[in-house]
Design a binder for this molecule. Structure first.
Ligand code: URA
Length: 279
């Protein structure tokens, strides 16, 4: 039996301990839903689908969408489990990670069923603080933001782009009265204060994902389907999981195509001129 390393935990067969995957198991482009049961929902939007592993909250799968090889890995809810997924996926070669989740919108005009594309996250998560202080920005990669906008346009989906408050709490931290109506006075104006700062939405994973992606040199972004509006008090799931899966899949397909163009033109960054150039 080989000696295992507590600082880089793997299984006996050298697989990443939590996601139970090794190098070569997953392609470079990966969608990150929170819920393991959304992984097969994502697979329904691909041309082929194969489950790779399922250990604890981490369910992984891969498949083809057109010419692009895509993967999906559930992260569980919140920063700590997302931190594990991002680290272990990066360790096996995934370099483009797109969170596909659900969210609570703040302004009244954003409706349930719309998509919110995160331009950057207000780090209210806690997990990313363990890596770097809050002055470090959690920004979405501009190529991922553009690919998401293009995907929504192609699919005819209503979308908004803005700053996301990424919180390490679903109840009190998002100004919801918790058990026995526990809600401290500092939370009573949280939503209006965030709206004053033009924050568009609440969710729970993008702050960790985008901070770690910046620190590790990965390309990352987030798109969430609106299932709640905290001003109008609307709560509606509808087919949001399917819609966000379609948007995420389309966006990764677009990024793969743009990467091919960059390779052909020997460019490291996407420029508008590359998009207008003939293939
Ligand atoms: N996810 C969140 O974090 N908040 C919501 O209100 C809805 C989904």
């Amino acid at each position: 039996m080989s000696k295992l390393d507590a600082s880089r935990p793997t299984t006996e067969t050298g697989r990443q301990y939590h996601i139970d995957c090794a190098k070569g198991d997953m392609p470079r482009y990966v969608l990150l839903p929170g819920d393991p049961f959304r992984v097969p929902v994502i697979g329904e939007t691909w041309d082929s689908y194969r489950e790779v592993a399922h250990h604890r909250e981490y369910r992984t799968a891969r498949g083809m969408y057109g010419d692009a090889e895509l993967g999906a890995c559930s992260t569980g809810i919140g920063g700590p489990s997302t931190e594990i997924a991002v680290n272990e996926l990066a360790a096996i070669g995934c370099d483009t990670m797109l969170r596909v989740g659900t969210t609570g919108a703040l302004p009244a005009h954003i409706r349930c069923g719309d998509m919110i594309i995160t331009s950057g996250s207000y780090r209210m998560d806690g997990t990313s603080d363990r890596y770097v202080d809050r002055g470090y920005p959690a920004v979405a990669d501009y190529e991922v933001v553009m690919a998401l906008m293009t995907a929504c346009e192609r699919l005819g989906v209503t979308y908004h782009v803005g700053v996301t408050a990424s919180v390490g709490s679903f109840y009190a931290g998002q100004a919801r009265p918790s058990f026995d109506d526990y809600l401290t006075s500092d939370k009573k104006h949280l939503i209006e204060d965030l709206m004053m700062a033009r924050v568009t939405n609440f969710e729970m994973e993008s702050g960790t994902l985008l901070t770690l992606a910046g620190l590790f040199g990965l390309r990352a972004g987030a798109v969430c389907a609106v299932i709640a509006n905290r001003t109008t008090n609307e709560w509606h799931l509808g087919d949001s999981e399917k819609q966000v899966a379609r948007v995420g899949t389309e966006a990764l397909g677009i990024l793969a195509e743009w990467d091919r163009r960059k390779n052909v033109q020997n460019r490291t960054h996407l420029l508008p001129s590359l998009l207008s150039a003939s293939r």
